[in-house]
Design a protein. Structure first.
Lengths: 471, 173
């Protein structure tokens, strides 16, 4: 056994001057300090704040479980739908939640391909958010089926009914494939990213049940450079696949509307318009989650104000795209000269649901303009209410598109109003409960920051300074 | 045949890269390096070949695309042609979204699966024991020495010291 002191050996390699470290992590923590910080929430007793949040979200979840049980037992006649407005609250929530997910894939895949280092502290939690949001979204079409135990009928499998196949020309079926692919690929990407961290946790844990669980999850990872090399290739390949995937998912969701001939829905701008809105609302949700989490879990050192600033810039950009889409819709309604189309848009802004429309404009067009100010972008206290308003605005956007286009049909005798029932509102509350419960358990049970990526960031010499990379 | 493994621990990524370059310049084959994060430039220093995983992705994607189109044509055109809104049974454009989704799904799953299989990562697999603290903060270089190998123990030890090794262990197997 040969043993030597690090200091006693003269390094022949010469003077390795270290350039200023990347400031995406505050201070210059040692590598083992990084795992200490990130693993702490997994072993320490959770704070009162965490318990408080969990109590609130499980209560909301219980409300949702109650409402869903009731409406499935009774039938979806418990909703406020009528013969004119056949689609309203349920589909609004579906589109809202699917949209939330998009920011996670943007951060983990598109920013990986663009080599944006600031994604590293936030990608893990953003991916988790994607998965939970897609789970919440998938619930709504399931409930909407009325008989969710027949859900497997949407899968094309050989059957005794003909075999009668599913209708491949329907955007609703495209949704089935898009959402299942999205959920699967997101899960695979998320889990692959965590394998090296599970190995770190395995090697830190004392013998016992925890060590056994982490051993199982880490799949025997030992940090071999040969594996790392293939691992990085795999991550880039999956990111390359996830990038067009995320754009396709919300494009397909928008086609649920755009392929119909209903004025207000039948618009070619829908796919890009929905994708921009999805990323916008998703970044709103990431901001909301991370502003609270970094505080509650004491991770301000890794999720810095600079990260929030970057996310706010993406929010501003996508918010502006959304605002542009709104104006473009109105322009084409006016310029197209189609009387029914024009009527729908005038009705949207001045009709009985004008309050919803103007809430949407206030939240999605006016509020994000505050993000031009650096002072606002770098203030968690200011970003918190803005991120909530963004989500309110984006929920109302979907409500406005769906309900205002339907409630005034071609025949004035069937003009009606739609109001949600308490069951529908309870289901929405329940989906928030499910989402936040999953997220709270995630930050308690899994490493919520990619430890190995932060180590690479801190360990690599000559890391880029944040001034050099722009969104 | 007596086989010896030299396990050299470094506390710095640069030093381990330096050691790999020195050893390989003398014709010593480096068995592997274990590190807490992928060290950039180390795969080139070790002379690792480019991964063939992109080929798996391409083949997986091609399989998904062809499979999805074939499935939709069989079901909607041949087996049970259904008139939906007066569209012809062979409405190929309408088949594009599902073809795309299944292409991505198949390419992604096969890539991830091939990566795990090739790297021998699976539930219950054992990590290399001498990796030690490599998942935490150490960089561990492993050499195989013996009569039949390119590695002369004395020479390798000297080169490792020159690169600033922190600790060298010898494991006989």
């Amino acid at each position: 056994m040969l043993d030597t002191q690090w200091e006693s050996v003269a390094r022949v390699g010469g003077d390795h001057s270290r350039p200023a470290r990347d400031t995406w992590v505050e201070g210059s923590p040692a590598l083992n300090e990084i795992s200490d910080d990130i693993a702490r929430p997994l072993s320490a007793r959770p704070s009162a704040g965490w318990y408080g949040c969990l109590a609130a979200s499980t209560t909301a979840l219980a409300v949702g479980v109650g409402c869903v049980t009731y409406q499935i037992a009774t039938g979806i006649g418990t909703w406020g739908l009528n013969k004119t407005v056949g689609w309203a609250f349920d589909i609004t929530n579906f589109v809202f939640w699917i949209g939330i997910g998009h920011a996670g894939t943007l951060i983990s895949a598109i920013l990986l391909l663009l080599r944006q280092r600031w994604r590293m502290s936030i990608n893990r939690s953003a991916e988790a958010m994607t998965i939970f949001a897609v789970m919440c979204a998938a619930l709504f079409p399931l409930i909407h089926m009325g008989r969710p135990w027949m859900a497997f009928w949407v899968v094309p499998y050989p059957n005794w009914r003909g075999p009668l196949w599913v209708n491949f020309r329907s955007p609703l079926l495209w949704d089935v494939f898009a959402i299942n692919t999205y959920l699967t690929i997101s899960l695979v990407f998320w889990y692959l990213g965590m394998i090296p961290d599970f190995a770190t946790l395995r090697d830190r844990a004392a013998a016992g049940i925890k060590k056994r669980i982490y051993s199982l999850l880490s799949l025997g990872w030992d940090g071999s450079q040969r594996t790392w090399s293939r691992y990085e290739t795999t991550c880039v390949l999956l990111a390359g696949l996830a990038t067009p995937l995320v754009i396709s998912v919300h494009s397909i969701v928008s086609m649920d509307f755009a392929t119909s001939i209903l004025p207000g829905w039948h618009a070619t701008i829908f796919p890009p318009y929905f994708v921009a809105g999805a990323v916008y609302s998703g970044f709103g949700m990431v901001l909301l989650l991370l502003i609270i989490t970094r505080r509650v879990m004491g991770l301000e050192r890794y999720i810095t104000v600079q990260h929030l600033d970057r996310m706010a810039k993406v929010t501003l950009l996508t918010g502006s795209l959304v605002a542009f889409s709104y104006s473009s819709e109105f322009l084409s309604a006016w310029y197209g000269g189609h009387a029914d189309e024009r009527f729908v848009f005038v009705n949207r802004a001045t009709g009985p649901y004008a309050w919803a429309f103007w809430t949407m404009v206030l939240c999605n067009v006016c509020v994000p303009q505050l993000l031009w100010l650096r002072r606002i972008r770098s203030s968690p206290a200011a970003l918190l209410p803005i991120s909530i308003l963004i989500n309110v605005g984006m929920w109302f956007e979907r409500f406005v598109i769906i309900v205002t286009s339907l409630h005034r049909s071609y025949l004035p005798s069937s003009w009606v109003m739609y109001y949600p029932t308490s069951i529908e509102i309870g289901t929405l509350i329940g989906s928030f409960g499910l989402f936040f419960t999953c997220f709270l358990l995630f930050i308690r049970l899994l490493p919520m920051i990619a430890t190995w990526e932060i180590k690479g960031l801190v360990g690599a010499h000559g890391a880029e300074s944040p001034q050099e990379s722009h969104v | 045949m007596s086989r010896t493994r030299l396990v050299a621990t470094f506390s710095d990524a640069d030093a381990v890269c330096d050691a790999v370059r020195r050893l390989r310049a003398r014709g010593v084959r480096v068995d592997d390096v274990y590190s807490p994060y992928p060290v950039h430039g180390l795969d080139r220093a070790m002379g690792l070949r480019r991964s063939r995983l992109p080929l798996v992705t391409f083949l997986g994607g091609a399989f998904g695309a062809v499979g999805a189109l074939a499935m939709q044509f069989y079901m909607a055109v041949f087996d049970w042609p259904l008139n939906v809104g007066g569209k012809p049974p062979n409405s190929t454009l309408a088949f594009v979204p599902i073809t795309f989704e299944l292409t991505v799904l198949s390419a992604g799953l096969l890539t991830a699966g091939a990566f795990l299989l090739r790297s021998r990562l699976m539930p219950g697999a054992q990590a290399a024991t001498f990796a030690g603290r490599a998942t935490e903060d150490a960089f561990v270089l492993v050499l195989r020495c013996g009569r039949d190998s390119t590695c002369d123990e004395g020479e390798a030890t000297r080169l490792l010291f020159e690169s600033g090794v922190r600790r060298i262990e010898e494991i006989r197997a």
